[in-house]
Design a protein around this ligand. Structure first.
Ligand code: LLP
Length: 374
């Protein structure tokens, strides 16, 4: 098989889904959706659909792809600040479960397009809860300064506007505070904020809120993927069960990406050269940030293993693992210990199942990595 390529462990993926479902049992109203942006592999989406999960999509192409993968349209939700008319029409024609609307202009366009198609659009509003996710700045989304959602001050007016529209069916509220969140107090804070907002809706006499969507964001253990292949779903769902005051009949939606997909995938790469300089020893591999951009873009840590050196029980040495692209950010890890690396060895970059292949590019005319589901 030509390196670099991704392998996905479908058994671990299924076990992860089952763990999430069983820990979510403390919330009888819970419905889990796979955030397809984290991994859109067709086989994995089909597994998720079969296990009863829904899908969180952020483009028309993701919606069409999910439907092709046997995901029932009514379990699909469509988020994003810049939905185009073509994408909205595609979603209306497919009969998706919910549009997560992020602005008044978007609401107005959905109403117009739904009128033209003689259909009704189910709509939830993404509210910016101003809760700090304490994660990397590039993946924090729930602060006032971010581009996402509608501000809390505008919430009531926007819902009233929606409820006066002929072809809009108001379902409820949507939130997402950020990604790779490991501090459960953030989810507690979101729950408390939602309680306050629901009180405000009731005081304003707004009825019809049947759905609360708390987004995704649960982080994983990038340092010890072998020890913790399945994330801490127990504390995650408990944070909501213990703090969120759902009203009778409300459903509670989760849009989990990384927590479901990250540990199931690894990027397999080959060492092209080992290069010694005055101060450093470089293992130069055939994967670059074109195959996995997270380290370059977010300074993200991914554990790396030299599969060949480990099998041969070679001694440990210190390396910088770098890609072939002539940009100084093309670095996977610095000063890490690996079993001695030799030209031609196979290395695995772990925890790469989320935001890995989906963010790959053909910069330098490099081929996209292949994906193998095992
Ligand atoms: N829902 C919404 C509205 C989102 O924006 C996201 C992710 C999710 C759910 C899923 O979040 P998760 O459960 O995966 O944390 N490329 C970055 C992560 C970007 C996340 C964007 N939004 C990374 O590689 O870390």
């Amino acid at each position: 098989m030509q390196t670099p390529y991704y392998t996905y462990d479908s058994t671990l993926f299924s076990r992860t889904i089952e763990a999430a479902k069983s820990e979510a049992a403390c919330l009888p109203q819970a419905k889990i959706h796979l955030a397809v942006k984290s991994n859109s592999n067709a086989r994995l989406i089909a597994i998720a659909a079969k296990a009863g999960l829904g899908a969180d999509c952020v483009s028309g192409a993701e919606i069409a792809h999910c439907i092709n993968c046997q995901m029932p349209a009514h379990r699909i939700m469509f988020a994003g600040v810049g939905k185009t008319d073509e994408e909205i029409n595609l979603a209306l024609d497919a009969g998706i479960g919910c549009f997560n609307v992020e602005s008044v202009p978007e609401l107005d366009v959905i109403q117009q397009l739904a009128v033209a198609r003689h259909t009704i659009a189910n709509v939830a509003f993404r509210i910016n809860p101003d809760v700090d996710a304490h994660t990397h700045a590039n993946i924090t989304t729930g602060l006032e300064a971010n581009k996402f959602g509608i501000s809390m001050a505008d919430m009531i007016d926007v819902i009233r506007r929606a409820q006066s529209m002929s072809n809009i069916h108001y379902l409820g509220l949507h939130f997402h505070i950020g990604s790779q969140v490991l501090d459960m107090t953030c989810f507690r804070q979101l729950s408390l904020r939602i309680n306050q907002l629901q009180d405000q809706l009731e005081q304003a006499g707004i009825t019809g809120t049947t759905s609360i969507n708390v987004g995704g964001g649960l982080g994983i253990d990038y340092e010890h993927p072998e020890l913790n292949p399945i994330p801490n779903f127990r504390d995650y769902f408990r944070a909501y069960a213990d703090n969120l005051e759902l009203r009778p009949g409300q459903s509670l939606h989760f849009e989990l990406g990384r927590a479901l997909t990250a540990q199931c995938g690894r990027l397999i790469t080959r060492c092209v050269f080992v290069k010694q300089t005055a101060t450093k020893q470089f293992a130069i591999v055939d994967a670059g940030f074109t195959a996995l951009i997270r380290p370059a873009l977010y300074q993200a840590f991914h554990k790396i293993v030299n599969l060949t050196g480990q099998a041969e029980q070679r001694p440990l040495r210190t390396y910088d693992v770098v890609g072939p692209i002539c940009e100084s950010s093309d670095v996977f890890a610095t000063d890490i210990e690996l079993h001695e690396v030799r030209r031609g060895d196979t290395l695995a970059i772990l925890s790469a199942g989320a935001y890995g292949f989906v963010m790959s590019s053909t910069y330098n005319l490099r081929a996209l990595p292949q994906e193998v589901v095992e």
